[in-house]
Design a protein around this ligand. Structure first.
Ligand SMILES: Nc1ncnc2c1ncn2[C@@H]1O[C@H](COP(=O)(O)OP(=O)(O)OP(=O)(O)O)[C@@H](O)[C@H]1O
Length: 318
């Protein structure tokens, strides 16, 4: 007896190219989002995250390549797909004069089997502002209402663009908990963010994009543990006077095989590779030989910011 065919992935983007005039916003991007995961698309401002999401949501047709969501074409099969997806837009998506709870109840009525709107509003701390017109809500409240509108119809997949931008820490935590609960209930969550802590805390899988291209994919652990070297960590060196010319190269030579040195600015650099006492000792000796006075020399667990820096030579959050 043959096995049943595997279900289509939640999202399959294949060779997607999107341009605005001359500007290439998405550059031959391919990625897959497995069902019932939280998947983060991480990248700096302008990386092409929103454009990619809008294409998955059917707001834009692919100019080249293809996009499938739950096995369907988001533009051609829009009518079939719409009841099965939830979308939280960066701009909110509510009318400016409508009261918060009216808006949420209106969206709930569009769905066959919506969540309880009062419970959902309470979960997201919207209970106190239910009668407030949308335009008078704070940025964080608008975000939370947008999230409630995206999930109230019990979608199979929810796209959330920068879900916690502008939220206070308590609202951020409530949002994270709601997204984790959705995944627990079998919903696929695709979120964009440029907060690494959000991606590291929430995501089962992370796709890092830069200039419209996929530059790395993996679980948070796969990305941060540095491939095969489980000891990989990051050493930061901050100095009191600008580094002498050629410092990154000379330090790399001093440290030997496997070390990466990236100059952040004239007073700081990061090293990645084996992080142990011997490396720290070599850095100290190099400082002495090159008349460099350290202000701080620290060793920390490699995080997604370090991964991005190594891949691009730039900081994710400048
Ligand atoms: N409507 C538009 N017209 C022209 N250029 C656009 C338009 N929308 C986006 N762009 C450009 O396309 C590139 C990708 O933008 P996009 O919004 O997809 O990136 P992003 O990763 O979501 O950024 P952010 O984190 O700032 O939201 C950027 O250079 C942006 O300036």
């Amino acid at each position: 007896m043959s096995n049943p065919p595997a279900a289509d992935p939640a999202v399959a983007v294949d060779g997607l190219v999107m341009r605005y005039g001359e500007k290439v916003a998405v550059d031959a991007l391919s990625l897959v989002v497995e069902r019932q995961t939280i998947t983060a698309v991480l990248g700096p401002n302008g990386a092409g995250k929103t454009t990619t999401l809008e294409t998955c949501e059917g707001y834009r047709a692919p100019q080249h390549g293809s996009v499938r969501v739950l096995g369907l074409d988001p533009v051609r099969d829009r009518t079939d797909l719409l009841p099965r997806i939830g979308v939280m837009l960066q701009g909110g998506g509510a009318w400016s004069g409508v009261r918060a709870m009216e808006m949420l109840r209106h969206v709930a009525r569009l769905h066959a089997n919506p969540l309880d709107t009062d419970q959902l509003a309470d979960r997201l701390g919207l209970g106190d502002c239910g009668r407030t017109p949308y335009r008078r809500l704070s940025g964080g409240q608008q975000q939370r209402l947008g999230l409630a509108m995206a999930v109230v119809g019990r979608p199979e997949i929810v796209f959330v663009d920068e879900p916690t931008a502008g939220m206070d820490p308590q609202a951020r935590r409530a949002t994270w908990e709601l997204l984790e609960e959705l995944r627990h209930d079998g919903v696929t969550v695709v979120l964009t963010t440029h907060y690494m802590d959000e991606a590291e805390r929430l995501a089962d899988r992370i796709h890092i994009i830069d200039h419209g291209r996929l530059i790395a994919s993996g679980t948070p652990l796969e990305l941060t543990r540095g491939g095969a070297d489980a000891r990989a960590a990051t050493i930061r060196l901050v100095v009191t006077r600008p580094f002498p010319p050629g410092s990154p190269e000379s330090l790399r030579r001093a440290l030997g095989v496997g070390a990466e040195v990236t100059l952040l600015d004239e007073l700081s650099l990061v090293l990645s590779g084996p992080a142990d006492a011997s490396t720290l000792a070599k850095v100290s000796v190099w400082c002495e030989e090159n008349d460099v006075l350290p202000e701080s020399l620290s060793l920390g667990q490699r995080n997604l910011e370090d991964v991005f820096l190594e891949l691009t030579g730039r900081e994710l959050t400048p």
